[in-house]
Design a protein around this ligand. Structure first.
Ligand SMILES: Nc1ncnc2c1ncn2[C@@H]1O[C@H](COP(=O)(O)OP(=O)(O)OP(=O)(O)O)[C@@H](O)[C@H]1O
Ligand SMILES: [Mg+2]
Length: 205
């Protein structure tokens, strides 16, 4: 994670894929330094990009939103990360600061309070979480949300449908320990969705 740079990536990878999800950027200093060339390579190959920076352990937040966000299709921070990145005290202020640079959308994850979808035109859609009163563990809920969102995004679904799927997968993640415990296989995911949240994923898809 310390050493990986853009030069280490096979350019063929950018031609083989449709979408790249970048996570934990601040824990990968080589990729952080090279984020411009990486995003341009994706863009030049028609590859869409989602970015969840996660928290910056150094708390220096060296990411130039003006340069980076216009090349990111979906920006996926959580509330505290967005506020720290934009030096904002309120979420509204933080959203207003990045909104002019959004390519397509941002989805802000707000834990058990849900998420806010912000389109590049400023339209907002806030939805509550599918509350799990018996949450076992919320570690990985954010990544599960991202996976649900992106799984719909790459199939061309509306941003609202992407957010809804992120919401379901984030909630399912809280029903078992760790980030992947609740996702053993398709059948168990469907069972959990029905038992805990009275939702059928097969019907949503
Ligand atoms: N207790 C909960 N019950 C139901 N859904 C939840 C709960 N906590 C989180 N979620 C869902 O998961 C999404 C992501 O969670 P959160 O906001 O904690 O992300 P995060 O801070 O990025 O998490 P991570 O620690 O995985 O990086 C939320 O927006 C919500 O949809
Ligand atoms: Mg997160």
């Amino acid at each position: 994670m310390e050493q990986l740079h853009y030069a280490d990536l096979d350019p063929e990878l950018f031609r083989m894929t449709r979408h790249i999800h970048i996570s934990s950027l601040f824990m990968q200093p080589g990729l952080l330094a090279d984020i411009g060339p990486i995003l341009r390579a994706a863009h030049d190959n028609g590859v869409t990009v989602s970015l969840d920076t996660q928290w910056d352990p150094s708390e220096t937040w060296k990411l130039d939103c003006r340069e980076v966000l216009p090349l990111v299709d979906v920006f996926m921070p959580n509330e505290s990360e967005l506020k720290a990145l934009t030096c904002s005290t309120t979420l509204d202020e933080a959203i207003d600061r990045v909104r002019p640079f959004l390519r397509r959308a941002m989805v802000v994850k707000c834990g058990s309070r849900g998420s806010i979808l912000v389109a590049s035109d400023g339209t907002r859609r806030a939805i509550g979480a599918l509350l799990n009163p018996h949450a076992v563990d919320t570690i990985g809920a954010g990544d599960s949300f991202n996976a649900g969102f992106v799984s719909r995004f790459i199939r061309g679904a509306s941003l609202e449908a992407c957010q809804d799927m992120g919401n379901i997968m984030g909630a399912i993640s809280t029903t078992a320990a760790g980030g992947t415990g609740a996702f053993a296989d398709r059948e168990s995911i469907e069972r959990t969705a029905r038992q805990h949240f009275a939702i059928s994923i097969n019907e949503v898809l």
